[in-house]
Write a protein of this length. Structure first.
Length: 470
């Protein structure tokens, strides 16, 4: 069987599209020089990125704790706009410019898996801490570590109402508090074993009992995680095959997470989600089974599972398939990268992403945004993407600068010749993988409304069928 190293530019393009946000000019050649397998190995061990750090340096609030954010907000409620701007801008800058592309894609994937909604009250103030402290450090760690950090972070405890989840008790002659099933249900359905695992409503209630007492010290002032023994249900519990004796206290939830994190149903559910994101909307059963075996054999080591995914024949075979449609976010960022674009004002790029139908961190349901490419295909989205690509190449996208004429010249092309410009872009950006039909269409463009030939050629190619999929 051919290895990735022998399969040429199309494989390198596929890798950059799936394990990153698409190629920048010259990156396909760089992957081929190092070899796709070596590129994956380097991405699985992300190193320092001083250039990215420099780009992010202006966003001084990225390291603020939730307590700091709330304190500033309480002093001046206009501050939250600046803090959210920094957080959202950093997402755009990282995706467009980070050297560790796989890390950024995995942060996006796992945040979506453990989704919280940016516009849900307290989560506006805690979402930056949530991604920074509970998601980003653990995307190549163990699933148990990631699960624990996400489950008990105040942003998740608020989003799924667990801060209201308490043992019922009598106060002043009346019952107060009570079991809230939201977090327990989503822990099973979305975060671990999956909806088809065969758990029961009783399991949902018992999982919710394990989560009682885990909450937030003060939603409006400090926003820290706290465990309150007095509000925990300390009775014995039976959850999806796990028996917990009475008196377990805070350890109830830890033991539940230990149990769920390495459960065969979790291994399969997580493996299928990863395969759906990186391989196909309906991933091959054989691949899912192999990934689940790696998951179980390594105790849920996400680096090893991810490595196995990118080492699979099924992943590389997709390089020669029809492709997986990009989300709105992926299209906008990949177009900016392909154009050699420099993000100068991320806030304006965020508007373009929102207009594409995918506002950042704004998926309200706990399911997160869909991993299925087919769910992002519709006529209005296609029209928007075409207009965005044409505007980007023409220099009409606010917040991004792209030197298309320089790009064409750098590829040895003539910016005034449609066919020559198309050939140069095909060589430098796409590694000569564009179809003859796309090149022929680009070779027939003419100037219009003061837009240069090279810009119109680039716009057409950036809007073309090859750019719509990854």
């Amino acid at each position: 069987m051919p290895t990735p190293e022998t399969l040429g530019p199309r494989v390198a393009l596929h890798l950059l599209n799936r394990a990153g946000y698409g190629p920048r000019p010259g990156e396909i050649a760089g992957v081929l020089d190092r070899g796709p397998t070596k590129w994956v190995e380097e991405q699985l061990e992300p190193g320092p990125d001083p250039e990215l750090d420099s780009r992010l340096a202006a966003y001084n609030t990225l390291g603020y704790s939730t307590s700091q954010v709330l304190g500033l907000y309480n002093a001046d409620n206009r501050t939250i706009g600046t803090i959210l701007d920094h957080f959202l801008n950093a997402k755009v800058v990282r995706a467009a410019h980070a050297r560790n592309q796989l890390q950024e894609v995995l942060v996006d994937f796992w945040f979506n898996h453990f989704n919280v909604f940016v516009n849900d009250g307290f989560d506006r103030y805690s979402i930056s801490s949530y991604e920074r402290d509970a998601i980003r450090p653990y995307v190549l760690s163990s699933f148990r570590e990631l699960l624990g950090k996400a489950t008990l972070h105040p942003a998740m405890l608020y989003y799924l109402d667990n801060y209201l989840n308490t043992v019922p008790r009598t106060q002043g002659g009346r019952q107060v508090g009570g079991i809230n099933e939201n977090h327990g249900r989503e822990l099973l359905e979305l975060h671990t074993v999956g909806v088809d695992a065969g758990y029961s409503q009783t399991d949902v209630v018992e999982a919710s009992r394990c989560l009682t007492g885990h909450g937030i010290d003060n939603v409006g002032q400090t926003g820290n995680y706290v465990y309150r023994p007095a509000t925990h249900d300390d009775g014995s519990k039976q959850v999806f095959g796990l028996s917990l004796g009475s008196g377990g206290g805070a350890s109830d939830v830890e033991r539940l997470l230990d149990h769920l994190a390495v459960h065969p149903a979790t291994a399969r559910f997580v493996s299928k989600r990863l395969a759906q994101r990186f391989v196909a909307d309906d991933p091959p059963e054989a691949l899912v089974s192999r990934l689940a075996s790696v998951f179980l054999g390594t105790g849920g080591d996400l680096r090893e599972v991810t490595k196995a995914l990118f080492g699979s024949a099924e992943f590389w075979a997709e390089a020669f398939g029809t492709g997986k449609p990009k989300t709105g976010f992926e299209f906008v960022i990949s177009a900016v990268r392909a154009a050699g674009g420099e993000v100068q004002n991320p806030r304006l790029v965020r508007i373009a992403i929102q207009d594409s139908g995918m506002p950042l961190y704004a998926c309200n349901p706990p399911t997160g945004y869909s991993n299925r490419g087919a769910d992002w295909l519709n006529p209005s989205a296609q029209l928007y993407r075409m207009n965005f690509a044409l505007d980007l190449a023409a220099g009409a996208v606010a917040g991004v600068s792209a030197d298309i004429r320089g790009l064409v010249r750098g590829g040895g092309g003539d910016p005034e010749s449609p066919a020559s410009a198309a050939d140069a872009i095909n060589r430098v950006v796409f590694g000569r993988t564009l179809t003859a039909a796309s090149l022929a269409a680009a070779g027939r463009v003419t100037t219009s409304s003061g837009v240069s030939v090279s810009a119109r050629v680039a716009g057409l190619l950036l809007a073309g069928p090859e750019m719509q999929v990854r």
